[in-house]
Design a protein. Structure first.
Length: 273
Protein backbone atom coordinates (compact mmCIF):
# COMPACT_ATOMS: atom_id res chain seq x y z
CA UNK A 1 0.00 0.00 0.00
CA UNK A 2 1.29 3.44 -0.95
CA UNK A 3 1.35 5.96 1.89
CA UNK A 4 3.00 8.73 -0.13
CA UNK A 5 1.17 11.30 -2.20
CA UNK A 6 1.29 10.19 -5.81
CA UNK A 7 1.19 12.10 -9.07
CA UNK A 8 -1.70 10.96 -11.25
CA UNK A 9 -2.72 11.95 -14.80
CA UNK A 10 -6.42 11.67 -15.69
CA UNK A 11 -7.80 11.40 -19.24
CA UNK A 12 -11.57 11.49 -19.73
CA UNK A 13 -11.89 13.32 -16.42
CA UNK A 14 -15.44 14.58 -17.00
CA UNK A 15 -16.70 11.00 -17.39
CA UNK A 16 -18.44 9.40 -14.43
CA UNK A 17 -15.82 6.79 -13.51
CA UNK A 18 -12.78 9.02 -13.95
CA UNK A 19 -14.39 11.99 -12.22
CA UNK A 20 -15.17 9.81 -9.20
CA UNK A 21 -11.60 8.51 -9.04
CA UNK A 22 -10.24 12.04 -9.46
CA UNK A 23 -12.50 13.32 -6.67
CA UNK A 24 -11.16 10.66 -4.29
CA UNK A 25 -7.59 11.51 -5.27
CA UNK A 26 -8.17 15.21 -4.61
CA UNK A 27 -9.81 14.53 -1.24
CA UNK A 28 -6.72 12.52 -0.30
CA UNK A 29 -4.51 15.43 -1.45
CA UNK A 30 -2.71 13.55 -4.22
CA UNK A 31 -1.11 15.67 -6.95
CA UNK A 32 -3.29 15.39 -10.05
CA UNK A 33 -3.27 16.54 -13.65
CA UNK A 34 -6.18 16.28 -16.07
CA UNK A 35 -6.82 16.93 -19.74
CA UNK A 36 -10.14 18.60 -20.55
CA UNK A 37 -11.63 20.17 -23.64
CA UNK A 38 -13.61 22.48 -21.37
CA UNK A 39 -11.84 23.02 -18.02
CA UNK A 40 -14.79 24.95 -16.57
CA UNK A 41 -16.99 21.88 -17.06
CA UNK A 42 -14.58 19.76 -15.05
CA UNK A 43 -14.31 22.38 -12.31
CA UNK A 44 -18.10 22.60 -12.03
CA UNK A 45 -18.44 18.81 -11.94
CA UNK A 46 -15.93 18.46 -9.11
CA UNK A 47 -17.37 21.25 -6.98
CA UNK A 48 -21.08 20.54 -7.48
CA UNK A 49 -21.39 16.77 -7.83
CA UNK A 50 -18.37 15.67 -5.79
CA UNK A 51 -18.21 18.54 -3.27
CA UNK A 52 -14.51 19.24 -3.79
CA UNK A 53 -13.60 22.68 -2.36
CA UNK A 54 -12.26 25.17 -4.88
CA UNK A 55 -9.19 25.60 -2.68
CA UNK A 56 -8.39 21.88 -2.98
CA UNK A 57 -8.78 22.00 -6.74
CA UNK A 58 -6.49 25.00 -6.93
CA UNK A 59 -3.86 23.34 -4.77
CA UNK A 60 -3.96 19.73 -5.99
CA UNK A 61 -5.17 19.78 -9.61
CA UNK A 62 -3.52 21.06 -12.78
CA UNK A 63 -5.97 21.14 -15.70
CA UNK A 64 -4.68 21.29 -19.27
CA UNK A 65 -7.08 22.35 -22.00
CA UNK A 66 -6.58 20.20 -25.06
CA UNK A 67 -7.28 17.14 -27.18
CA UNK A 68 -6.54 13.60 -25.97
CA UNK A 69 -5.46 12.63 -29.50
CA UNK A 70 -2.76 15.31 -29.75
CA UNK A 71 0.59 14.24 -28.28
CA UNK A 72 1.65 17.82 -27.55
CA UNK A 73 -1.43 18.34 -25.36
CA UNK A 74 -1.09 14.94 -23.72
CA UNK A 75 2.57 15.54 -22.89
CA UNK A 76 1.65 18.50 -20.68
CA UNK A 77 -0.55 16.21 -18.58
CA UNK A 78 2.10 13.50 -18.23
CA UNK A 79 4.66 15.81 -16.63
CA UNK A 80 4.68 15.58 -12.85
CA UNK A 81 3.02 18.66 -11.32
CA UNK A 82 5.49 18.38 -8.43
CA UNK A 83 8.72 18.24 -10.43
CA UNK A 84 8.75 18.82 -14.19
CA UNK A 85 11.88 16.71 -14.63
CA UNK A 86 9.77 13.57 -14.12
CA UNK A 87 6.72 11.75 -15.45
CA UNK A 88 3.60 11.18 -13.37
CA UNK A 89 3.44 7.97 -11.34
CA UNK A 90 0.10 6.79 -12.73
CA UNK A 91 -1.92 7.32 -15.92
CA UNK A 92 -5.67 6.71 -15.69
CA UNK A 93 -7.48 6.82 -19.01
CA UNK A 94 -11.18 6.46 -19.73
CA UNK A 95 -11.65 8.57 -22.83
CA UNK A 96 -14.55 7.82 -25.13
CA UNK A 97 -17.55 9.25 -26.87
CA UNK A 98 -21.25 8.48 -26.92
CA UNK A 99 -22.49 6.38 -29.86
CA UNK A 100 -25.14 7.69 -32.23
CA UNK A 101 -27.91 5.78 -33.99
CA UNK A 102 -27.27 4.62 -37.55
CA UNK A 103 -29.65 3.07 -40.08
CA UNK A 104 -27.47 0.01 -40.39
CA UNK A 105 -28.42 -3.55 -39.52
CA UNK A 106 -24.79 -4.55 -39.01
CA UNK A 107 -23.82 -1.55 -36.86
CA UNK A 108 -26.86 0.31 -35.53
CA UNK A 109 -24.78 2.33 -33.04
CA UNK A 110 -21.78 4.15 -34.47
CA UNK A 111 -19.14 6.29 -32.83
CA UNK A 112 -18.60 9.83 -34.14
CA UNK A 113 -14.90 9.02 -33.70
CA UNK A 114 -14.54 5.22 -34.02
CA UNK A 115 -10.85 5.11 -33.04
CA UNK A 116 -10.80 7.64 -30.19
CA UNK A 117 -9.59 5.18 -27.53
CA UNK A 118 -6.91 3.62 -29.71
CA UNK A 119 -5.76 7.03 -30.94
CA UNK A 120 -5.71 8.36 -27.39
CA UNK A 121 -3.42 5.53 -26.28
CA UNK A 122 -1.16 6.11 -29.27
CA UNK A 123 -1.02 9.80 -28.32
CA UNK A 124 0.05 8.87 -24.78
CA UNK A 125 2.93 6.78 -26.08
CA UNK A 126 3.93 9.43 -28.62
CA UNK A 127 3.88 12.02 -25.82
CA UNK A 128 6.11 9.85 -23.63
CA UNK A 129 8.55 9.55 -26.55
CA UNK A 130 8.42 13.30 -27.01
CA UNK A 131 9.17 13.88 -23.33
CA UNK A 132 12.02 11.36 -23.45
CA UNK A 133 13.61 13.51 -26.14
CA UNK A 134 13.45 16.34 -23.59
CA UNK A 135 15.15 14.09 -21.01
CA UNK A 136 11.93 13.51 -19.04
CA UNK A 137 12.33 9.76 -18.83
CA UNK A 138 10.91 8.26 -15.63
CA UNK A 139 8.86 8.86 -12.52
CA UNK A 140 10.55 10.10 -9.35
CA UNK A 141 11.04 6.42 -8.42
CA UNK A 142 13.10 5.93 -11.60
CA UNK A 143 10.37 3.74 -13.04
CA UNK A 144 7.88 4.09 -15.86
CA UNK A 145 4.27 5.08 -15.10
CA UNK A 146 1.58 2.55 -14.24
CA UNK A 147 -1.26 2.56 -16.80
CA UNK A 148 -4.88 2.02 -15.73
CA UNK A 149 -7.46 1.65 -18.51
CA UNK A 150 -11.23 1.77 -18.03
CA UNK A 151 -12.19 -0.52 -20.87
CA UNK A 152 -14.93 -2.64 -22.38
CA UNK A 153 -17.18 -4.81 -20.24
CA UNK A 154 -16.18 -7.88 -22.25
CA UNK A 155 -12.68 -8.85 -23.29
CA UNK A 156 -11.43 -10.19 -26.62
CA UNK A 157 -12.21 -13.85 -25.88
CA UNK A 158 -15.86 -14.55 -26.66
CA UNK A 159 -15.61 -18.00 -25.06
CA UNK A 160 -14.36 -16.57 -21.77
CA UNK A 161 -16.25 -13.35 -21.14
CA UNK A 162 -18.13 -11.84 -18.21
CA UNK A 163 -21.35 -10.92 -20.00
CA UNK A 164 -24.65 -12.58 -19.08
CA UNK A 165 -25.32 -14.97 -21.96
CA UNK A 166 -28.64 -13.27 -22.63
CA UNK A 167 -26.87 -9.95 -23.26
CA UNK A 168 -23.81 -11.20 -25.13
CA UNK A 169 -25.22 -11.35 -28.70
CA UNK A 170 -26.83 -7.92 -28.26
CA UNK A 171 -23.59 -6.48 -26.88
CA UNK A 172 -21.43 -7.77 -29.72
CA UNK A 173 -23.95 -6.61 -32.31
CA UNK A 174 -25.24 -3.33 -30.92
CA UNK A 175 -21.99 -2.09 -29.37
CA UNK A 176 -19.44 -3.69 -31.68
CA UNK A 177 -17.81 -0.41 -32.73
CA UNK A 178 -17.08 1.02 -29.25
CA UNK A 179 -16.15 -2.49 -28.06
CA UNK A 180 -13.60 -2.92 -30.85
CA UNK A 181 -12.10 0.51 -30.19
CA UNK A 182 -11.52 -0.40 -26.54
CA UNK A 183 -9.95 -3.72 -27.51
CA UNK A 184 -7.62 -2.01 -29.99
CA UNK A 185 -6.60 0.38 -27.20
CA UNK A 186 -5.85 -2.59 -24.94
CA UNK A 187 -3.81 -4.36 -27.62
CA UNK A 188 -1.69 -1.27 -28.16
CA UNK A 189 -1.01 -1.06 -24.42
CA UNK A 190 -0.31 -4.76 -23.90
CA UNK A 191 2.00 -4.89 -26.92
CA UNK A 192 4.05 -2.08 -25.38
CA UNK A 193 6.15 -4.57 -23.38
CA UNK A 194 7.46 -1.95 -20.98
CA UNK A 195 8.60 0.56 -23.59
CA UNK A 196 6.41 3.39 -22.28
CA UNK A 197 4.62 2.11 -19.17
CA UNK A 198 5.84 -0.37 -16.56
CA UNK A 199 2.59 -2.33 -16.35
CA UNK A 200 -1.09 -2.14 -17.25
CA UNK A 201 -4.30 -2.70 -15.31
CA UNK A 202 -7.48 -3.19 -17.35
CA UNK A 203 -10.76 -2.42 -15.59
CA UNK A 204 -13.85 -4.14 -17.04
CA UNK A 205 -16.84 -2.68 -15.22
CA UNK A 206 -20.28 -4.17 -15.63
CA UNK A 207 -23.01 -2.21 -17.37
CA UNK A 208 -22.56 1.25 -15.86
CA UNK A 209 -25.28 3.08 -13.96
CA UNK A 210 -25.63 6.52 -12.40
CA UNK A 211 -26.28 5.11 -8.95
CA UNK A 212 -24.61 6.34 -5.75
CA UNK A 213 -21.33 5.24 -4.23
CA UNK A 214 -22.29 2.79 -1.51
CA UNK A 215 -19.05 1.26 -0.29
CA UNK A 216 -16.47 -1.20 -1.56
CA UNK A 217 -18.15 -4.01 0.36
CA UNK A 218 -20.92 -3.89 -2.26
CA UNK A 219 -18.48 -4.50 -5.13
CA UNK A 220 -17.86 -8.05 -6.37
CA UNK A 221 -14.47 -8.52 -8.03
CA UNK A 222 -13.08 -11.04 -10.50
CA UNK A 223 -9.90 -11.01 -12.54
CA UNK A 224 -7.68 -12.78 -15.02
CA UNK A 225 -4.09 -12.13 -16.08
CA UNK A 226 -3.73 -9.79 -19.05
CA UNK A 227 -1.16 -12.03 -20.72
CA UNK A 228 -0.71 -15.79 -20.44
CA UNK A 229 2.83 -16.69 -19.37
CA UNK A 230 4.53 -19.69 -17.80
CA UNK A 231 5.76 -17.59 -14.88
CA UNK A 232 4.78 -18.98 -11.48
CA UNK A 233 2.08 -16.66 -10.13
CA UNK A 234 -1.29 -16.82 -8.35
CA UNK A 235 -4.09 -18.58 -10.16
CA UNK A 236 -6.68 -16.16 -11.53
CA UNK A 237 -10.23 -16.71 -10.19
CA UNK A 238 -11.89 -15.58 -13.44
CA UNK A 239 -14.32 -12.78 -14.14
CA UNK A 240 -17.59 -12.04 -12.35
CA UNK A 241 -20.74 -11.82 -14.45
CA UNK A 242 -21.47 -8.25 -15.52
CA UNK A 243 -24.90 -7.38 -14.17
CA UNK A 244 -24.27 -3.71 -13.38
CA UNK A 245 -22.38 -1.26 -11.20
CA UNK A 246 -22.43 2.49 -10.58
CA UNK A 247 -19.78 4.73 -12.11
CA UNK A 248 -19.04 6.20 -8.69
CA UNK A 249 -18.38 2.77 -7.19
CA UNK A 250 -16.01 1.90 -10.04
CA UNK A 251 -14.11 5.16 -9.58
CA UNK A 252 -13.89 4.63 -5.82
CA UNK A 253 -12.68 1.04 -6.25
CA UNK A 254 -10.02 2.02 -8.78
CA UNK A 255 -8.68 4.76 -6.51
CA UNK A 256 -8.72 2.81 -3.25
CA UNK A 257 -7.65 -0.60 -4.55
CA UNK A 258 -5.46 0.03 -7.60
CA UNK A 259 -3.94 3.46 -6.93
CA UNK A 260 -3.63 3.40 -3.13
CA UNK A 261 -3.48 -0.28 -2.20
CA UNK A 262 -1.79 -1.59 -5.36
CA UNK A 263 -1.06 -5.16 -6.37
CA UNK A 264 -3.33 -5.29 -9.42
CA UNK A 265 -0.62 -4.83 -12.02
CA UNK A 266 -0.91 -7.11 -15.04
CA UNK A 267 -4.55 -7.97 -14.38
CA UNK A 268 -7.85 -7.54 -16.15
CA UNK A 269 -10.38 -6.80 -13.41
CA UNK A 270 -14.16 -7.17 -13.65
CA UNK A 271 -16.40 -5.29 -11.23
CA UNK A 272 -20.11 -5.61 -10.44
CA UNK A 273 -22.60 -5.09 -7.62
Amino acid sequence: MSSTKQTIAFFGATGGVTAAALAHALKAKHHCTALARTPNKLHELLTSEHSIPATTIQKCLTVVQGDAKKPDDVAKVLISPVDNKYLVDIILTAIGTYPVFSWSIRRPLRLPDPTICEDGMAANFAAIDELANQNVLTTTDRAKPLLIMISSTAGPDRRNHNLPWLFAPLYWWLLVEPHNDKLNMEKLALDDNGAHVRESVIIRPSILTDGPENGLESVKVGWIWNVDTKVDRPKAPGHVTAWGISRKNVGAWVFKKVIVEGGWEGRSVSLRH
